[in-house]
Design a protein around this ligand. Structure first.
Ligand code: AMP
Ligand code: GLY
Length: 424
C-alpha cells in the first residue's frame, strides 16, 4: 500500500468513532471518510450519507473518493459480502469475506465448526423444527437451558430459560412468531454455562493470530447485572479474570484451532476475530464468535494500542501479520456508556446534550459518540447508546475515576448509565 492513505470507515457508532480516533494517530493517515458516521464522528472525519449495508453504494463511494483502504466495522455488511465486493473492485478492505463472516452470522455454523474440530463450547443440538426442539428440551430436562436464534439479532437472540414453560415460549417466539425475523428459522439449544465472561479480540490474517488485550463487557441495562440485555453498557480492559496462563491455554485450545479450522473449511478468516469466552469450572469455553471488533469492547482495547494501527491493518490485509510487532500500554481502560432513557426498549431522540465542547469532548476523558447528531454546533441524541466515555489509568480504579468524573459533567434529559462498571 501507499505511504499515505485515504481511508473509508463503514459504520456509525462508538466502535467506529474509536477506530477513527486511533487511525488519526497514525502519520500514515491522509484523510478519513466515514459512512454514515454520526455527530461526534463528523468532528474527526468527513461523513458521507451512505448506509452501512449499501454494498453498491459503498463500492461507488470508495471509487469516487479514490479510497486506498476500506475498514468494514459492523456485522451485517460483512455477512452480506461487502469485503468480497470491494476486493472484486480492486479496493483493499479490512474484514472477513462473507464465507468467513458466517462464523458470527450463523450460530448453527459456528457450533458445528466447534464440534467438528474439538473446540470447547457448551453442549448443544440444532433444530429447524420447533416440536423437535421441544422434545429435546423435555428429554434433557435440565434448566436453565439456553435457546439461541441462528442468525444476527442485534445481540438479543439469546434466551436463557428457567423452566420448560419459558423454553416453550422462547422456541415459539423465535421459530413461529419470528421475533428476530429469518434469524429464527433455526435454533441452537444449549447447555447453560457458568463462570466469568471474557472478551478477546484478535488480529488475524488467516495464517497467524495475535490476540489484543482482554476486556469485559457489561451487557445488562441496570446495576448489579439486572434488567434487559443490551448491546453493552460499559467495558473495562484488562479483564481481571484473564491472566497469562489462561491466555496461553486459550491460544492452544481455542484461538489457533479456530484459525486452522476455518482454513481447513476453505474459509480463511482475515480481520478482527472476537472470542466471547466463559471461564467455566471445566476450563475456557466459547460462548460466541464475532467477525468484527466488539462494541463497546473496542472503546477500551484500541486506546491501549501503542503500535501504529495502519501498519497492523496493512499487515493483516497483505497477510504478513506474523512479522508485524504489536505493543500495548500497561495500565487499564474503562468505558461508561450513557444511554437514552428507556433503552434497550423504545426511547426518545433529538434531546440536547450539554457539557461537551465543540468537538464533542470533555477534559480528562475521550468521548466516543455512538448515537448523536450535530446541528448548529450543538449535539443531540440520535440512538439508544449515545456516548461511550473512556479513560485510561495506571490502575482500573484510576481509569474508572476519570471516566465517571467526565460522565458527571455531561447531561441530557433521561440519560441513563450504570454506576457499577468494573465493580463486579
Ligand atoms: P451471545 O449473544 O451468544 O454472546 O449471548 C449473550 C449472552 O448470553 C452472553 O454474553 C452470556 O452472558 C449469555 N449466554 C449465552 N450462551 C450462554 C450459555 N450457554 N450459558 C450461559 N450463558 C450464556
Ligand atoms: N459487545 C458485544 C458485541 O459487540 O457483540
Amino acid at each position: 500500500m501507499k505511504e499515505k492513505l485515504k481511508i473509508l470507515v463503514v459504520g456509525g457508532g462508538g466502535r467506529e468513532h474509536t477506530i477513527i480516533r486511533k487511525l488519526l494517530e497514525s502519520p500514515r493517515t491522509e484523510k478519513i471518510y466515514c459512512a454514515p458516521g454520526n455527530g461526534g464522528i463528523s468532528c474527526d472525519a468527513q461523513c458521507v450519507d451512505v448506509k452501512a449495508t449499501d454494498i453498491p453504494g459503498m463500492v461507488a463511494l470508495a471509487k469516487e473518493k479514490e479510497i486506498d483502504l476500506v475498514f468494514v466495522a459492523p456485522d451485517d455488511p460483512l455477512a452480506a459480502g461487502m469485503v468480497d465486493s470491494l476486493e472484486e473492485a480492486g479496493i483493499p478492505a479490512f474484514g472477513p469475506r462473507a464465507n468467513a463472516a458466517v462464523i458470527e452470522s450463523s450460530k448453527v455454523f459456528s457450533k458445528n465448526l466447534m464440534k467438528k474440530y474439538g473446540i470447547p463450547t457448551a453442549e448443544y443440538e440444532t433444530f429447524s423444527d420447533p416440536a423437535a426442539a421441544m422434545d429435546y428440551i423435555r428429554l434433557r430436562g435440565k434448566y436453565p437451558v439456553v435457546v439461541k436464534a441462528d442468525g444476527l439479532a442485534l445481540g438479543k437472540g439469546v434466551l436463557i430459560c428457567e423452566d420448560e414453560k419459558s423454553a416453550a415460549e422462547a422456541v415459539h417466539s423465535i421459530m413461529e412468531d419470528r421475533i428476530f425475523g429469518v434469524s429464527g428459522s433455526q435454533v441452537v439449544v444449549e447447555e447453560f454455562l457458568t463462570g466469568p465472561e471474557v472478551s478477546v479480540l484478535a488480529f488475524t490474517d488467516g495464517k497467524s493470530i495475535k490476540p489484543m488485550v482482554s476486556s469485559q463487557d457489561h451487557k445488562r441495562a441496570l446495576d448489579g447485572d439486572k434488567g434487559l440485555n443490551t448491546g453493552g453498557m460499559g467495558t473495562i480492559s484488562p479483564n481481571p479474570h484473564y491472566d497469562d496462563a489462561m491466555a496461553c491455554r486459550c491460544m492452544e485450545e481455542i484461538f489457533l484451532p479456530t484459525i486452522r479450522a476455518m482454513n481447513t473449511e476453505g474459509r480463511p478468516f482475515k480481520g478482527c476475530l472476537y472470542f466471547g469466552l466463559m471461564l467455566t469450572p471445566d476450563g475456557p469455553k466459547v460462548i460466541e464468535y464475532n467477525s468484527r471488533f466488539g462494541d463497546p469492547e473496542t472503546q477500551v482495547v484500541l486506546p491501549r494500542l501503542k503500535t501504529d494501527f495502519v501498519d497492523i491493518i496493512e499487515a493483516v490485509v497483505e497477510e504478513r501479520l506474523d512479522s508485524q510487532p504489536i505493543e500495548w500500554l500497561d495500565g487499564a481502560a474503562a468505558c461508561v456508556v450513557m444511554a437514552s432513557g428507556g433503552y434497550p426498549l423504545s426511547y426518545p431522540k433529538g434531546i440536547e446534550i450539554t457539557g461537551l465542547d465543540e468537538n464533542g469532548q470533555v477534559a480528562g476523558a475521550t468521548v466516543y459518540h455512538a448515537g448523536t447528531v450535530k446541528k448548529d454546533g450543538k449535539f443531540y441524541t440520535a440512538g439508544g447508546r449515545v456516548l461511550g466515555i473512556t479513560a485510561l489509568g495506571s490502575t482500573l480504579d484510576e481509569a474508572l475515576a476519570h471516566a465517571y468524573d467526565a460522565v458527571s459533567r455531561i447531561h441530557f434529559d433521561g440519560a441513563h448509565y450504570r454506576r457499577d462498571i468494573g465493580r463486579r
